[in-house]
Ligand binder design. Structure first.
Ligand SMILES: [Zn+2]
Length: 466
C-alpha cells in the first residue's frame, strides 16, 4: 500500500532532482555565452561572456558603457540579466537590483575569449572562477598589458581530465582545439545524467586530437543534453577558411617569392597563428617582429611547456618592435614597466626600414601609423589573417585599404577559423548522440533541426528542464 508519506517523499525527491538550464547569452547570436545550470541546490554558470551584437545596438566606438555606473548602463538596455546573487556590491550600486549574498556556487570558463569570459568583472568576487591554467595566464597578461581589470576573483585552475566537485555536481573539463590555447569543453555530471557543453571548438587546427578526445569522452558519457556552439552553422559560408597548415603553406609561398617586407595581422592571442608566422619567417631565414604586448604574452605562456612556444627573450628569431613614445628617443623610461623587460630585443622603425627583406612583421590595423616611419618599399605585402574581411560597408575596412594603397602594399587574406564547419559539427553531434540538443553561439539555430528532432531552440532567460 502506498502511504501518503511516500507520495510526499517522492514529490520532494522529484522537486530536488530536477536539473535546469537557463541561457542568458549566446541566444541567436555568436558569443556572449552565459549558461546557468541548476541541479538540486547547486547553481553554476558555464561561461560569463560579453555579448558583441547586443551591446553594439547602443554602444559604438567611443560611446561606451561608463565604468563609474557599474551595471547601470548595462541594465538600461538589458545587456546583462537582472538576477540576484550574481553580481558584486559596487557594480550594483547605481541599479535597482539590491545586493544579496552569492547564489551561484561557481563559474566555469571554457576559454579566454572575451565573448566567453569578458563579463566576469561584474561577478561577486566571492564566487569562485574555474578556468584552465592557460586561461588564467591569458587573463593575467590582458590585465597587465591592457586597461582591463577582471576583478579579484578566487581562481581555481584546472587541466584536462580533472574532476571538480561543486557540491554533489562533478564537472569534468576536457581540452578542445580552438583559436586560443587552453580551450575546454565540459562534461557536467548532474543528478539526472551528464550534460555536455562544447565551448568553442574546431577539428582542423594543430590540436585537433584534443577535440577528438573530447568527442570520445562526451560520447562515452551518454549525455542527456548537449549544449553546442554553432558559429559556422550557416546555409552557405561567405568566408574562405583554410586549415592552419594551409595558412602556413600559402603564407610561405608569399614570403618565399618576395624580397620585400611582409606584414601580418592576426588575433594577438591566437598563439597557433603566431607559431604559423614564426615558422614561415624562420623557414625563409627571416626574423619575426612582434609587439611588446605579444612578447609579454609569450613570456608568460612559455611557463606552460605543453604549449611549445618560443621564449621571446631567448629565441633569436624574435625581435620586439618599439614605437616612438614620450621623448621619442627610445629611452627605457619612455615605456611602461612591463614593456621594458624586452628592450634588449628592441628594434625601431629605422631598423625595420633597413632590414625589410629579412623580416616578417606583425602589425595590427590600429598600429598602421608606424608605416609612415617605416617607409616600406612599394610592392611589400600584407597578410590579413583574421576572420572578418570586415563587411563591405565597414569604414575600417575602407581605411585599411586606403593605407595599403597609399603605401602600394599588396593585400592577402589567409585565415583558419576557430570553429567547426556545418558538416563537421553535424558529424560531431551524430557521433555524441545526446538525448537533447541546445544550440547556442549561433545566429540561425533552426539549422540544427536538420541534424536531430531533439533540438530545443532556446529563448533568452527561459528555464529548461533536462
Ligand atoms: Zn572562442
Amino acid at each position: 500500500m502506498i502511504k501518503l508519506w511516500d507520495i510526499v517523499n517522492e514529490e520532494v525527491r522529484m522537486a530536488k532532482q530536477k536539473t535546469f538550464l537557463t541561457f542568458y547569452g549566446g541566444v541567436n547570436e555568436i558569443g556572449g555565452n552565459k549558461v546557468l545550470l541548476e541541479d538540486k541546490k547547486v547553481r553554476i554558470f558555464l561561461d560569463f561572456g560579453q555579448s558583441f551584437t547586443m551591446s553594439a545596438e547602443y554602444f559604438t566606438g567611443w560611446l561606451e558603457p561608463r565604468p563609474i555606473n557599474g551595471l547601470g548602463d548595462y541594465f538600461e538596455f538589458n545587456l546583462l540579466p537582472k538576477i540576484k546573487g550574481v553580481y558584486g556590491k559596487e557594480q550594483l550600486a547605481f541599479t535597482d537590483v539590491p545586493y544579496t549574498k552569492p547564489k551561484i556556487d561557481a563559474v566555469f570558463l571554457s576559454h579566454a575569449h572575451v565573448d566567453h569570459m569578458g563579463h566576469i568583472l561584474f561577478l561577486d568576487e566571492k564566487i569562485p572562477v574555474h578556468c584552465g591554467y592557460g586561461t588564467k595566464m591569458f587573463i593575467e597578461s590582458m590585465e597587465k598589458t591592457g586597461s582591463v581589470n577582471f576583478g579579484e576573483h578566487q581562481y581555481n585552475s584546472f587541466r584536462t581530465g580533472r574532476k571538480i566537485k561543486i557540491g554533489h555536481l562533478v564537472v569534468e573539463p576536457i581540452h578542445v582545439d580552438h583559436s586560443i590555447s587552453a580551450s575546454y569543453g565540459f562534461i557536467i555530471h548532474t543528478s539526472e545524467g551528464p550534460v555536455v557543453y562544447t565551448g568553442d571548438l574546431r577539428a582542423h587546427g594543430p590540436r585537433k586530437e584534443m577535440t577528438k578526445e573530447f568527442a570520445e569522452k562526451a560520447q562515452e558519457s551518454e549525455p542527456i543534453a548537449l549544449i553546442s556552439e554553432g558559429t559556422r552553422m550557416v546555409e552557405t559560408e561567405q568566408k574562405k577558411s583554410y586549415s592552419e597548415l594551409e595558412v602556413e603553406k600559402l603564407s610561405n609561398e608569399i614570403v618565399s617569392e618576395t624580397k620585400k617586407i611582409v606584414f601580418v595581422t592576426h588575433y594577438g592571442r591566437d598563439t597557433d597563428r603566431f607559431r604559423t608566422f614564426y615558422n614561415v619567417a624562420k623557414n625563409n631565414n627571416r626574423k619575426i617582429v612582434i609587439s611588446p604586448k605579444t612578447a609579454h604574452l609569450l613570456s608568460k605562456l612559455v611557463e606552460d611547456k605543453r604549449l611549445h612556444l618560443p621564449d621571446p627573450m631567448k629565441d633569436e628569431n624574435i625581435l620586439v618592435y618599439y614605437k616612438r613614445k614620450k621623448t621619442g628617443g627610445f629611452l627605457e623610461t619612455d615605456y611602461y614597466v612591463w614593456e621594458r623587460k624586452f628592450m634588449e630585443k628592441m628594434v625601431n622603425y629605422k631598423f625595420v626600414h633597413e632590414h625589410q627583406s629579412e623580416l616578417v612583421m606583425n602589425l595590427d590595423f590600429y598600429q598602421f601609423a608606424e608605416l609612415i616611419d617605416i617607409k616600406p618599399d612599394p610592392g611589400s605585402h600584407f597578410i590579413y589573417s583574421m576572420s572578418e574581411p570586415y563587411s563591405e560597408e565597414d569604414i575600417e575596412d575602407e581605411v585599411m585599404h586606403n593605407w595599403l594603397n597609399h603605401f602600394k602594399i599588396k593585400f592577402h587574406q589567409l585565415h583558419a577559423s576557430g570553429h567547426m564547419n556545418r558538416s563537421q559539427l553535424t558529424g560531431l553531434i551524430n557521433y555524441i548522440k545526446p538525448k537533447q540538443i541546445f544550440p547556442i553561439h549561433v545566429e540561425n539555430p533552426k539549422l540544427f533541426k536538420a541534424i536531430s528532432k531533439t533540438v530545443q531552440l532556446v529563448k533568452y532567460g527561459k528555464k529548461y528542464r533536462v
